[in-house]
Design a protein around this ligand. Structure first.
Ligand code: SUG
Length: 425
């Protein structure tokens, strides 16, 4: 572990994407009401090896663009302590909850406030309690352990426990940061839902407010905005299904928020250089936005002066309406100069696009435990282990099988051992 991070007194703060490595128990159990892809694919056979390799390929492609790339490890599954605590239920949904590889969607791992935004000048992390969905509520203690290890340097990082489970918190998926540049003080936008619709609103306003206070954010640089109930009803179970921000740019669907005009005015007042790119419903309906996952894209700043690129799921590029809009955007003079489609179909079939698979941390890479940073050698090592040890396929009817449980646990143990991270077992 590097001891400091200060080179002289200059910090090289940059955005690092920490993608979740898809775990060996990846399966389609239909556990998330309101997540249309996941419920539509309930019971389908999954391909964990292909899923993990697709995710890794996305990481390598982003690294090849010159972006900093890290990763987080799969959590221990099956989570036997959960089943023990419930007296070993036969209910297939509860069993599947203990087997879920849902920690791959690291956009839900935590909310992260970079150092330039916080009162003590450290980067603050709060793991998300994910309390709304039983299978996801199991994640946070193991996630917290991993975050405390990856970002152990207490001069630069501060860790909080998850907020109390009475207020659901979904982490970075319902949080956006805008700033002139990643290393400049930013504004943080927390997007919450109100319950009462057909599908659960997963992010509670009180959880958002608690995280903003815990992180020591200046109140005049924090905004709270309500998700449009129509977007939740259309399947946007997280804000990141209808909006994404990067530096001075917000890219969002016209119907993402209850009061978009008020939100945009508040953003412009606090960040005059903000550029807000709105996709009208007349070009891409909410239903098409959810089906294609256009907004579950990684909006990234390319090195040099190449502008921003939007890393979209292949499904978005294949949608005629979405592609038409994107091509018109590229022909114009906006801040997004490039669109890069990627194949993460195995994750997409559970409602997780390119943006769900990554947690953004603005930090100096020298202050992060290097075991969590992707290098070419580490990518090759990870690929070889996945190829050799991840199950090729999982039929959900096999969930609960002791043989499969053994395979899943040993595949993960081999990965941790090889990456010198056995302390996470
Ligand atoms: O929480 N799917 C995840 C997808 C999370 C996507 N994340 C973001 N939008 N940031 C969820 O609904 C499906 C698991 C199953 O049904 O087997 C699942 O948990």
């Amino acid at each position: 572990m590097p001891s400091g991070g200060l080179r002289g007194d200059v910090m090289a703060l940059t955005e690092i994407n920490f993608d979740g490595i898809v775990g060996p128990s990846h399966n389609y159990a239909g556990l998330s009401l309101g997540n249309l892809a996941a419920t539509a694919n309930a019971g389908a056979v999954s391909y964990p090896r292909a899923a993990a390799l697709q995710g890794l390929e996305k990481m390598c492609a982003n690294r090849a663009l010159g972006l900093e790339q890290g990763f987080l490890l799969p959590l221990p599954r099956p989570k036997t302590a959960f089943l023990d605590a419930l007296g070993q239920p036969d209910d297939p949904a509860l069993r599947a909850a203990a087997w879920s590889a849902s920690a791959m969607w690291t956009a839900n791992a935590a909310t992260v406030s970079p150092a330039p935004d916080t009162a003590d000048g450290r980067c603050h992390l709060t793991p998300a309690n994910l309390a709304t969905m039983p299978h996801r509520s199991l994640e946070w203690p193991d996630t917290a352990r991993q975050l405390r290890l990856a970002f152990a340097n207490s001069r630069h990082f501060a860790h909080h426990d998850a907020v109390p489970a009475c207020f659901g918190d979904e982490g970075a998926a319902n949080h956006m940061r805008m700033a002139a540049r990643h290393d400049a003080p930013g504004i943080e936008i927390f997007v919450f839902g109100r319950s009462g619709g057909a599908f659960p609103a997963r992010q509670h306003e009180q959880a958002s407010r608690a995280v903003a206070r815990l992180h020591g954010l200046a109140p005049d640089r924090v905004l709270f905005a309500e998700q449009n109930p129509a977007a939740i009803a259309a399947g946007a179970f997280h804000n990141d299904v209808v909006a994404v921000a990067n530096e001075r740019v917000l890219f969002a669907h016209e119907e993402a928020f209850v009061d978009p005009e008020a939100l945009f005015a508040q953003i412009r007042e606090r960040l005059p250089e903000a550029e807000i790119v709105i996709v009208p419903a007349s070009a891409v309906s909410l239903a098409e936005a959810v089906a294609s996952y256009l907004f579950n894209a990684q909006l990234v700043t390319l090195p040099g002066s190449a502008g921003m690129a939007l890393v979209v799921p292949q499904e978005a590029w294949d949608s005629p309406a979405v592609r038409g809009w994107l091509e018109a955007m590229l022909a114009g003079n906006g801040p997004i100069r490039k669109v890069i489609p990627v194949d993460v179909r195995q994750s997409m079939a559970n409602g997780g696009g390119p943006a769900c698979l990554r947690l953004r941390v603005v930090a100096d890479p020298a202050t992060v435990d290097p075991r969590f940073l992707l290098s070419e050698t580490r990518a090759d090592t990870i690929a070889a282990i996945i190829t050799q040890h991840w199950p090729e396929q999982i039929d959900p009817r096999k969930i609960g099988s002791p043989t499969l449980a053994g395979e899943v646990a040993s595949a993960r143990a081999i990965l941790l051992q090889t990456l010198d991270l056995a302390e996470l077992v």
